[in-house]
Structure formats: structure tokens, C-alpha cells
Write a protein that binds this ligand. Structure first.
Ligand code: TMP
Length: 198
């Protein structure tokens, strides 16, 4: 199975991806826990270009190309080989992030995002969990986390609110694949909701 986690910055999805991977491993499954942008050596190099620097460093169109290049490498080098070997893949973000960040919130580029996806990726996860959290809470967490990977956090609360709306719309667009998970409360409580939905 190929499972992805999605949501706005600071929603807790990385913790949830790790908790699910740990729980599946404890049941004896072989799990590859990976992330985007990144997840392969080449894609990790592209990641640095994308998440560091100022908010306006790249246009939304250029971002689409860079995220798609990184995703293609991740798919070729990490995801497809793992699935072919019978492993479970848990990815912290995948193509839905491009649909929402570049396709809806950064620019109105959904048509371009969809065409690039069809041309170069053409794969969807079997299940996607969107960790749904109140944007001000997530923004506060993001600032508490600090670090240099804050290019998208630096775009502010209004941007995170647009993203949250974008992820909810995505769940309506793909009801068979995408599940909204209430992200409030302790990480273990959220993990139990993910497990029940899975
Ligand atoms: P992360 O903080 O979840 O590791 O993701 C890095 C940033 O990249 C995050 O702010 C979301 C953004 N992003 C996009 O804008 N489009 C994409 O396709 C992906 C995968 C991430």
C-alpha cells in the first residue's frame, strides 16, 4: 500500500506519518517512511532550493516544475522500487501538496499542475490522510519549531487559511481516497483516529 499524509504547515502530519510507520512495523510489515519534497538523494537536493530563502524566490509556475522534478525522482528511485518489493510506503506529502499549494493557494494553476502530474507522475496513493487543524494553532507551532526551512511558513496566516480551505476541497474532490482527520489533541489520539480510518 501507498499511504500519504497531507495538511498545512505545522499540522502534525510528520509526527503522524512516523507513528503510523512505527505501528505498522510493530505488526511485522516492511515500511518505507519517506517525504516530499525529498525522499531520494536527488530530490533532497531539490528540496533545499524549494524550502529555503524568501517566499518570492520562485514563481508558482517554477515551483510546479521543481516539485514535479523532485517527485519524479522520488517515484523512480524510492517509491516504485519499494512497492515492487512488497513494502508499505508512507509518505509525508505527495502530489496533493502541489494541487493545493501551487494549484490553489500560491497561484490559480490547477490546470498546469494536473497536466504535469498526468505527464510525469500518473500515480496516486491508495489512501491519503489530511491532518486538519486550526491554522493559528499550526502557525504558532511552526514558529516554535524554528529552523531555516520556513519559506512557506513565512507567507503568513492568510496563506495557511487558504491552504486549509484547499485541503478540505480536495477531500470533497477525491472522497474514495482522501480522509480528513481531526488533528486536535495529543499525537496518540490523532494516531488512533488515523488507524481507525485506515
Ligand atoms: P514540509 O514542511 O512538510 O517538509 O514541506 C516543505 C514545504 O513545501 C511545505 O511548506 C509545503 C511545501 N510544498 C509545496 O508547496 N508543494 C509540494 O508539492 C510539496 C510536496 C510541498
Amino acid at each position: 500500500m501507498f499511504i500519504s499524509f497531507e495538511g498545512i504547515d505545522g499540522c502534525g502530519k510528520s509526527t503522524q506519518a512516523r507513528l503510523l510507520a512505527d505501528a505498522l512495523r510493530a505488526e511485522g510489515r516492511h515500511v518505507v517512511l519517506t517525504r516530499e519534497p525529498g525522499g531520494s538523494p536527488g530530490a533532497e537536493e531539490i528540496r533545499r532550493l524549494l524550502v529555503e530563502g524568501t517566499g518570492e524566490r520562485w514563481s508558482p509556475e517554477t515551483e510546479c516544475l521543481l516539485f514535479t522534478a523532485a517527485r519524479r525522482d522520488h517515484l523512480e528511485r524510492t517509491i516504485r522500487p519499494a512497492l515492487a518489493a512488497g513494502r508499505t510506503v508512507v509518505s509525508d506529502r505527495f502530489a496533493d501538496s502541489t494541487r493545493v499549494y501551487q494549484g490553489a493557494a500560491r497561484g490559480d494553476l490547477r490546470g498546469i499542475v494536473d497536466r504535469l502530474h498526468a505527464l510525469m507522475i500518473g500515480t496516486e496513493p491508495d489512501r491519503t490522510f489530511v491532518i486538519d487543524i486550526d491554522p493559528p494553532t499550526a502557525v504558532a507551532r511552526g514558529h516554535a519549531r524554528g529552523g531555516i526551512e520556513n519559506r512557506y511558513e513565512s507567507l503568513g496566516l492568510g496563506f495557511q487559511q487558504a491552504l486549509a480551505g484547499g485541503f478540505r476541497a480536495l477531500a470533497r474532490e477525491y472522497p474514495a481516497r482522501v480522509r480528513m482527520i481531526d488533528g486536535s489533541g495529543a499525537p496518540e489520539d490523532v494516531a488512533a483516529r488515523v488507524r481507525a480510518a485506515l
